[in-house]
Design a protein around this ligand. Structure first.
Ligand SMILES: Nc1ncnc2c1ncn2[C@@H]1O[C@H](COP(=O)(O)OP(=O)(O)O)[C@@H](O)[C@H]1O
Ligand SMILES: [Mg+2]
Length: 429
């Protein structure tokens, strides 16, 4: 097989791309790995002495890429020698070197000094903490030689870090994105979208899986806890800066600070309409947050504020009850929601039903909330039930705040006469 010829248009654009950051986000079998191989050969041969590293969490893919390159009859004679241990390496006659390594842990030592690092199958990078870990471990690999970086795979909801990273860099001329559905791959020509294989996949896969793996659109997320099409059906209403006369509002506040930011969602108690969303700055002091929260409550007709507390003996890692006492001093109309594994599951299920039955509404300009909803995932827990979280365990604060506020509104906790959980387990200080 000769992989250095016969590339499609987007593939050859990538192979000759001079961008520092390259995002190759394409559906399965579209031809990502194929053109990455071509790029590695191209770079090795046209830039003598260059060093390239191919990384992927998939061990067998790593070996396949290595084998594909070293068995390519057209370029075999340009290779001086190969090694398999400790990492797969190709030594080219012109002094270039190409490495292939499986990447599974952020603490792995990888060395320095690459002209190009390619990370394939980014969506399989489950064990890493996300963008910060990626930037801490992978990004420095190209620093010494001022090299370039390729990230490839599929999106996993709009809040997946590589999508957010791309959105932030949209105007960076040093970044290029190729976002290609599977049917642009050579295997599906000439019928493309109407290729029987594509049509068949569409029939068999859930819409979320098809959108993620084949159509390769940002909202696609195979592990999604909420069906994005249901969420979309609930778009409606307007965002407000302050409450309208005579209406009652409730605020759900998911408190964070160090690792995750605080997130607030305001809902109209009667229409179950989200009217305001605020994702606080990471590291905002609680004294600032508490005062702003009281201000927000005032703006929304002294809305009741529900904040999260860990349930005493249920093993919450952070003791949020200390925060609760603290917030009590500033926020007049405060209630708490004890969050346990079970209560979280109940709240999320309730929210899911609300999306299906269209009993809540979200203004379509609330992009951060909508992005988090598209990326919020459900995974079967080890002890039964489900574990819910944003991608890599982060970026779910707005979802939790929404779940809290919807739950509170649904239970009629909009008034201060409410005597549920809050009064039971909280003693005024
Ligand atoms: N330009 C091309 N010419 C010939 N075969 C190609 C080309 N692009 C992709 N292929 C083949 O299509 C299949 C899917 O490509 P691959 O790169 O593995 O897709 P992806 O990594 O996007 O899932 C592979 O068998 C690959 O060899
Ligand atoms: Mg591939």
């Amino acid at each position: 097989m000769t992989i250095s010829v016969g590339l499609t248009k987007w593939q050859s654009e990538y192979v000759t791309s001079k961008a520092k950051y390259n995002l190759l986000i394409a559906g399965r079998r579209a031809g990502k790995t194929h053109c990455e191989q071509a790029r590695m050969i191209h770079d090795a041969l046209t830039k003598p002495g260059s060093q390239t590293m191919y990384l992927t969490p998939d061990g067998s893919l790593c070996h396949e890429v290595f084998r594909n390159i070293i068995t390519d009859s057209a370029i075999k004679k340009r290779i001086a020698k190969t090694e398999k241990q400790p990492a797969r390496q190709i030594f080219w006659r012109n002094g270039s070197r190409t490495y292939m390594r499986m990447f599974d842990r952020p603490d792995k030592a990888l060395g320095f000094g690459f002209d190009h690092v390619i990370f394939d199958e980014i969506q399989k990078l489950d064990s890493m903490g996300g963008r910060d870990d990626f930037m801490r471990v992978i990004r420095p690999l190209i620093m010494d030689r001022k090299g370039c970086l390729t990230i490839s795979g599929q999106w996993r909801g709009e809040a997946c870090w590589w999508y957010k990273w791309y959105k932030e860099q949209e105007f960076n001329t040093d970044l290029r994105l190729w976002n290609v559905p599977s049917w642009e791959g050579i295997k599906f020509w000439p019928l493309k979208q109407n290729d029987p294989e594509i049509l068949d996949a569409k029939q068999m896969m859930t819409p979320q899986l098809f959108d993620q793996d084949v159509a390769c659109i940002p909202t696609g997320n195979a592990n999604a806890a909420f069906d994005y099409y249901d969420v979309k059906d609930c778009f409606g209403g307007k965002s407000l800066e302050k409450g309208e006369n005579g209406r009652r509002y409730v605020i759900g506040a998911d408190l964070g600070k160090v690792v995750d930011p605080s997130a607030w969602v305001v809902m109209d108690a009667k229409d179950k309409q989200v009217v305001h969303v605020s994702l606080r700055k990471l590291g905002e002091k609680h004294i600032v947050g508490a005062r702003k929260l009281q201000e927000l409550s005032q703006k929304f007709n002294n809305a009741r504020v529900i904040i999260d507390a860990t349930g005493g003996a249920t093993g919450g890692k952070r003791n949020k009850d200390v925060f609760l006492k603290f917030y009590r001093q500033y926020v007049k109309n405060l209630g708490k929601k004890i969050i346990t594994q079970q209560s979280k599951e109940d709240m999320i299920s309730k929210l899911n039903l609300a999306f299906q039955n269209q009993t809540l509404f979200i203004p379509d300009d609330q992009e951060a909330l909508i992005a988090q909803l598209s990326s919020f995932e459900a995974k079967p827990g080890r002890w039964g039930g489900f574990k819910y979280m944003g991608p890599n365990g982060h970026d779910d604060d707005l979802v939790i705040a929404l779940a809290m506020v919807y739950d509170a509104v649904d239970r009629g906790r909009a008034t201060d006469a409410d005597t549920s959980e809050f009064e039971e387990s909280f003693t005024r200080t």
